[in-house]
Design a protein around this ligand. Structure first.
Ligand code: FRU
Length: 439
């Protein structure tokens, strides 16, 4: 039996497969965090995907209630795909994609696939039911292929918006915006396009607003690697929105394992959670009974057209200060803080991080299961914060202006840090996760 690499302070499936975070919301005193789940296959190719479910009051103690959204209807036969939640009049509403793959000789892009937009409800969040289709493929505009998915609802200026990800007939990625006053009747508004084509499909779109500026987050598929940009098979990032035009694309997270983030706005702050994984990679994960995890929840701020991400204080402030060091050995649940430096050379076990000549490099060649290097050109390294867990690392640079999230795998029982500059070290408390079902 090999090592299990279970994480100490990240959400992961107790068994089976996990991908995108879904349906993030706050209802009756609890945050609800759903995710794409396939419980009977760690490879993700067992039964049709449903939604797993965690709930928490404080982001440290969680209840794992198992599968909340089981694909039970013909219009979601091959998977209850990604979507979102919204609370209206004290009721939980869910909007997501029902995936259906017809049997036959199809390309599954222009024919053979249904991506139905579904509206559903839940009494308390543990079971999503009362499902009905609000859009079949025939209801989308003619420029759409069959790939129209991942509805995200945003409350905006007293009404609701729905943003959907699209692959167009001319193989361009874009988003579509709908609006509603009551969540029942939806009106198509317009297509959101980039100034120049950016890939063939935009998955998991979302809209974040800060000080009147709106940003479209999405995961463009099909961007070609350019120098140190777009090193991953699929990128994740954001545009500045000007009406229906998406401008100034920037990658959100530059690591090997980050995709499909979703935001939740509550009491004036916006929290983002990402999938700590990526589809179709040429690197792998040696976890046998489970695969993939979610990132730590991150609070968003915008500054000069840039989105900053930082771990929410509920978690960051619970970390325990251990001291200042340039070499140390601790359990694998650490947070490290570094100050400004022109040259950085640090390793956490076999994870190797360098900064020199304005190039930041994460090198996982020795512990990455096929992961090699990811890069970032940085004018200056003002500060770096690293959250290292049993088999994951989340790096926040320059107060969250840039991030890099990755999985790594080694067989050490402890975490040995060695650095050319001193750092402050903190221990991160493990999450308490209570299961309400048999694994
Ligand atoms: C993104 C994605 C979504 C889809 C879901 C299916 O990772 O492909 O577009 O809804 O995963 O699990």
């Amino acid at each position: 039996m090999g090592r299990d690499y279970r994480l100490n302070y990240h959400l992961m499936p107790s068994k089976g497969w996990m991908n995108d975070p879904n349906g993030l919301c706050f209802y009756h005193g609890e945050y609800h965090i759903y995710y794409q789940a396939c419980r009977n296959s760690a490879a993700g190719n067992g039964s049709a995907k449903g939604w797993g479910h965690f709930k928490t009051k404080d982001f440290l103690h969680y209840e794992d209630t198992g599968i909340a959204n089981v694909p039970s209807e013909p219009f979601e036969r091959d998977g209850a795909y990604s979507g979102s939640a919204v609370i209206k009049d004290d009721q939980m509403h869910f909007f997501y994609t029902g995936n259906v793959k017809e049997k036959g000789d199809y390309d599954y892009i222009h024919a053979g696939r249904q991506h139905n937009t579904i509206h559903a409800h839940s009494e308390n969040g543990d079971r999503i039911e009362d499902k009905h289709v609000i859009f079949y493929n025939r209801d989308y505009p003619a420029f759409c292929t069959c790939h129209v998915r991942d509805p995200k609802i945003i409350e905006y200026k007293g009404h609701y918006e729905m943003v959907l990800g699209v692959r167009t007939q001319s193989d361009e990625g874009c988003a579509m915006l709908y609006e509603s006053n009551d969540l029942m009747e939806w009106k198509y508004l317009y297509q959101i396009r980039s100034e120049h084509p950016m890939g063939y499909m935009w998955e998991c779109p979302d809209i974040y607003e800060d000080q009147g500026q709106r940003y479209l987050l999405c995961c463009p598929q099909g961007l070609k690697k350019q120098g140190y940009d777009y090193e991953n098979v699929y990128d994740n990032g954001y545009f500045r929105l000007e009406g229906d035009t998406a401008k100034d694309y920037r990658t959100l997270d530059h690591g090997f394992d980050f995709y499909a983030p979703q935001t939740m706005a509550k009491d004036g702050r916006t929290i983002l959670i990402g999938w700590m994984g990526l589809p179709d990679t040429d690197y792998s994960n040696p976890t046998v009974s489970w695969q993939h995890a979610l990132t730590l929840p991150r609070e968003l701020h915008a500054e000069d057209g840039r989105i900053l991400q930082n771990v929410i204080p509920e978690i960051a402030e619970k970390t325990v200060f251990l001291g200042t060091a340039s070499q140390s050995v601790h359990p694998k649940q650490m947070r490290y803080l570094f100050g400004r430096t022109d040259v950085l050379d640090v390793s956490f076990n076999d994870i190797h991080i360098t900064y020199a000549d304005h190039l930041f490099t994460l090198d996982l060649s020795k512990c990455g299961q096929g992961r090699t290097q990811r890069h970032l050109v940085l004018n200056a390294l003002e500060c770096m914060e690293c959250y290292v867990d049993e088999s994951s690392i989340e790096i926040f640079l320059n107060d969250g202006r840039e991030t890099m999230t990755s999985r790594y795998y080694d067989d050490f029982d402890v975490l040995t840090a060695v650095s050319n500059v001193s750092y402050q070290e903190y221990e991160v408390p493990a999450f308490h996760i209570q299961k309400e079902y048999e694994i």
